[in-house]
Design a binder for this molecule. Structure first.
Ligand SMILES: [Zn+2]
Length: 291
């Protein structure tokens, strides 16, 4: 049985997968300190199932079993944290790790591979991640960074007056405009009270400022899609993550993309795996490694 783990900025999910069938699933809140994380990891992985392989989808980028946050605000202690070794010691079995958006990109590619060989997956969630499939292969890259579209810059500024720099240290990143964190920051600044991204989507139905924040974020995502198309060429864009799959976001991005010349009008689809795209993708990737 494969134990699939999805470790994101806000939650830690586990699924026990036997022959592509999910036998059990658990989820706990992510802890942002090392000691708390290890407690949460033990809690979420406790189950009476034999584990033959651990498949990990983790936010950040991975090198030789270690994980690093690009945006250090996401998980501050992920600065070379030996996640592979921790899991190997806990389960005493092979551990296969991927960036979470790369894992989801692979999981979303598999059901589409009969009709296309390249796609860009974008997750709009706590942060903004991405994964690239080119010529039928998942791109990981020599630094594990391939597809990290959240830290590509866009010519769309956030709507709050003094947004500061992105957590990666650069100015102008997509993540700083369009992530759930960025949406909450802009909504709270513009509307004058603490708001999260879920509340922003509800407000957008009646409040033009809330709607403007979401449309501005959609324009930023559309720019990043158009730039990726020009750099590596892709056939389809798959949108996932809690913000990406929120009511109306896909359509906002589609409308923003349609303001560009026809060359840039790529098909946009929603992640088939929904919120489980990372888990399912990591499990499928781990299965592939045994062949
Ligand atoms: Zn950045």
């Amino acid at each position: 049985m494969i134990l699939a783990l999805d470790i994101g900025g806000t939650k830690l999910s586990a699924a026990w997968i036997d022959n592509q069938h999910c036998v059990a699933r658990k989820q706990v809140a992510m802890r942002h300190d090392e000691a708390g994380f290890l407690i949460a990891l033990r809690e979420v992985t406790q189950a009476p199932y034999p584990v033959e392989k651990v498949a990990v989808a983790a936010t950040g980028f991975l090198r030789e079993g270690q994980v690093w946050s690009v945006n250090l605000h996401t998980i501050p202690f992920w600065k070379g944290f030996p996640l592979g070794q921790v899991l190997q010691q806990q389960f005493n079995c092979p551990v296969v790790m991927l960036n979470d958006a790369q894992a989801a990109a692979w999981g979303e590619f598999l059901p589409r591979q009969s009709r296309l060989s390249s796609l860009l997956f974008i997750t709009l969630s706590t942060g903004v991640g991405g994964g690239l499939i080119c010529d039928g292969e998942l791109r990981i890259g020599s630094h594990g960074l391939a597809g990290h579209i959240g830290h590509a810059t866009v010519n769309v500024r956030p709507l709050d007056a003094q947004p500061g720099n992105c957590g990666c240290g650069r100015e102008g990143c997509l993540e700083h405009v369009a992530s759930g964190t960025a949406l909450a920051r802009q909504a709270s600044a513009l509307l004058g009270r603490p708001l999260d991204s879920r509340q922003l989507f509800i407000l957008a139905a009646t409040d033009p400022q809330a709607e403007a924040i979401l449309n501005n974020a959609a324009r930023a995502v559309a720019q990043a899609i158009a730039d990726t198309l020009m750099v590596v060429d892709i056939e389809e864009v798959v949108i996932g993550g809690s913000v990406g799959l929120a009511e109306g976001m896909l359509q906002r991005i589609r409308l923003a993309l349609e303001t560009f010349p026809a060359l840039f009008h790529l098909p946009l689809t929603a992640a088939l795996g929904g919120g489980d795209a990372g888990l399912l993708g990591a499990a499928a990737w781990a299965q592939r490694q045994t062949r």
